[in-house]
Write a protein that binds this ligand. Sequence first.
Ligand SMILES: [Zn+2]
Length: 129
Amino acid sequence: MNVYDAIEMATAVAKDVYNYKSKHGAVIISESGELISIGHNMKKHNRRNYLYGYSTPYDHAEANAIFKALSNPKLIKKLKGSTLIVVRIGKTKLKNSYPCKHCIELATTVGISKIMYSNVRGNIGSLSL
Ligand SMILES: [Zn+2]
């Protein structure tokens, strides 16, 4: 899966976020382009990941995708050098989904080397970690 496919998939995932005003989708692909994980934002009351020691960013799509990968031992090592794509959808175009400092820290900790995100112009920006 290339980055463009991943952006498309993250957008599709964001469209499935229901009952929540902000709709974010995230996809993580390995260095070799393998799909590692998919995540979306969710309401705070649905948080279940306190056991991982992170509470603040759990409702964010990025953290959701990362925690899913961390729950599978086979995927953990593939996170190193991977790329995380996160988008927020609006009615007609992508909206700003620049990652928060908690998600950036979390992504850095697990070895993700790049975050691509939808920016204020509805384009895709890139952040090297
Ligand atoms: Zn975040």
